[in-house]
Write a protein that binds this ligand. Structure first.
Ligand SMILES: [Zn+2]
Length: 272
């Protein structure tokens, strides 16, 4: 599933395509109407048809197209991809929506598993109400992270995955950040030392920034544009590395399950 760096890579790629363009209409090539999460297609088109795209940005794992009247928000979920230049056979089979621009250009939302969704809001209040702080914002600080950890007796990994505390993290980067901070993913949140919380607070934006520099990580299904993959996979330390040596201590990386999520750790560096 695409996380913050992958969504940012998509935004970086498509911002020049969408910015200052007008939306002519949105269509539903494969007729999968559930993709429209907040409005029916005719109502959606009433809101966005003829609207100028004023800005393109990311909030959590959402791609946001800001129009004159509101916000068109795309969530890629498991397999959603924004692509151009698809032939009609692929579009009719796998694309649950397409954004047609006034210039004649069409951006397709290709989604094999159909979990991706398109939302339209007149303000960002709904998103802001369910999403916590952005890891690159000034609000993301040791005080903030220590504050949310202190209030929780639950395991640290599910807390970091919970979008209402920190927006944008998913399985890959949580595993990487916990390894960097030498914290076991099952560790009780309120029992982690101040020193480790400090390292964790630093590690989260660090790892995300590096991943964005390489356009994210492609494990199975992430790509954008014309099948452009993310190149960060080569820099992962633990995620997907079961049986490989820990880059810090050379002992083998283990895979386990934490809150039903496949989790990669070095059992020597990350003690419970
Ligand atoms: Zn290790």
């Amino acid at each position: 599933m695409p996380e913050l760096p992958e969504v940012q890579a998509v935004v970086n790629h498509y911002k020049p395509v969408f910015l200052k363009q007008k939306i002519e209409r949105i269509s539903n090539p494969n007729s999968y109407s559930k993709v429209f999460a907040t409005h029916t297609l005719p109502k959606l088109n009433k809101n966005v048809g003829g609207q100028l795209i004023k800005d393109v940005f990311r909030r959590g794992k959402y791609i946001v197209l800001q129009t004159e009247k509101g916000y068109l928000c795309i969530h890629l979920r498991m397999t959603g991809q924004l692509q151009e230049g698809l032939d009609s056979f692929v579009a009719d089979k796998h694309c649950s929506f397409a954004i047609h621009l006034n210039t004649g250009k069409t951006i397709y939302f290709k989604d094999y598993r159909k979990f991706g969704r398109l939302y339209y809001y007149s303000t960002l209040d709904t998103l802001n109400a369910k999403l916590g702080v952005e890891p690159f914002s000034t609000e993301f600080s040791f005080v903030y992270v220590a504050g949310i950890l202190k209030k929780s007796t639950g395991m640290i990994k599910p807390l970091l995955l919970n979008q209402k505390y920190i927006a944008g993290l998913g399985n890959i980067y949580v595993d990487e950040a916990l390894w960097l901070a030498k914290i076991h993913p099952k560790k009780k949140s309120n029992s982690i030392s101040k020193t480790k919380v400090k390292v964790l607070t630093r590690s989260i934006p660090d790892i995300l920034k590096k991943a964005i520099d390489f356009n994210g990580t492609t494990i199975i299904n992430f790509s954008y544009g014309n099948e452009v993959p993310g190149d960060f996979k080569q820099f992962l330390n633990v995620f997907g590395k079961e049986g490989s040596s820990c880059p810090r201590c050379n002992r083998p990386i283990k895979k386990m399950y934490v809150a039903q999520r496949g989790t990669h750790i070095c059992p020597y560096c990350q003690r419970l």
